[in-house]
Design a protein. Structure first.
Length: 238
């Protein structure tokens, strides 16, 4: 089937899966931003999602698209390297009109993957997965107390720094990826070429700015602590 065998088909799969993930990130960023203004509101969202069937289905769908996107990214990268053959390292200067991000999408993608794994181990594992496994509670906060987990982790400078690096890499990856996806989907005429470049930059900046705002707000203790549980008072004090 051409969708899976041809280069255009693989790029189309990457574009569709990437577009879906951008929408998820927009939702996730909006959800996280609530934690800056209200821990109670953020925890209400976490409790609403939790390990309910619709949240589990959504998690599996997201995991599928993430896996699909990165698998095809590696396949296309390998194919492109093979196609260049002996000329793969012949170009020492950056081609005109080629963005830095477009030449380093694999490296950016690897940083993004590492960031995802870190994020899953620190939040998803202690929240939705803990509820599924029946081990909620942990040593910091209850499964629905996502605000306490945010404060606990982002109050540690090295973790906050890692998230900032990850999010900057994600900005480069998305700003080029969204624009490239629109080209693959056919919206690449003269009128929309620069429009989509602008739109992708604006949308990506909004998403990443929201994520970084949460990290920095808690890293610099700009958010008043609403937690009254003994298990997370230490994070509030620190």
């Amino acid at each position: 089937m051409w969708l899976f065998n041809s280069s255009i088909g693989k790029k189309l799969i990457m574009s569709i899966s990437g577009a879906f993930l951008v929408l998820f990130l927009l939702f996730h960023a909006t959800m996280n931003a609530v934690a800056i203004f209200s821990a109670e509101g953020y925890n209400a969202i976490c409790e609403f999602l939790g390990a309910n069937w619709y949240a589990l289905v959504g998690t599996m769908v997201i995991a599928f698209f993430v896996l699909l996107h990165f698998v095809y990214a590696f396949i296309l990268t390998i194919q492109n390297r093979k196609a260049r053959g002996n000329n793969a390292y012949a170009i020492s200067e950056k081609p005109k009109n080629v963005e830095w991000a477009s030449q380093n999408m694999l490296v950016l993608g690897l940083i993004v993957i590492c960031g995802i794994l870190l994020h899953l181990s620190q939040f998803w594992a202690h929240m939705q997965f803990a509820e599924i496994a029946g081990t909620e509670g942990g040593n910091v906060a209850g499964v629905a107390d996502g605000a306490a987990w945010i404060r606990f982790y982002f109050s540690q400078p090295w973790i906050a720094a890692c998230y900032v690096v990850w999010l900057v890499a994600l900005w480069f990856h998305l700003s080029h990826g969204v624009w490239s996806a629109m080209q693959t989907l056919g919206w690449s005429n003269k009128i929309w070429f620069e429009r989509w470049r602008c739109i992708s930059t604006v949308v990506t900046t909004i998403i990443i700015a929201a994520f970084i705002a949460v990290v920095l707000a808690f890293a610099f203790h700009l958010v008043p602590c609403e937690c009254t549980k003994a298990c997370c008072v230490a994070a509030c004090i620190n």
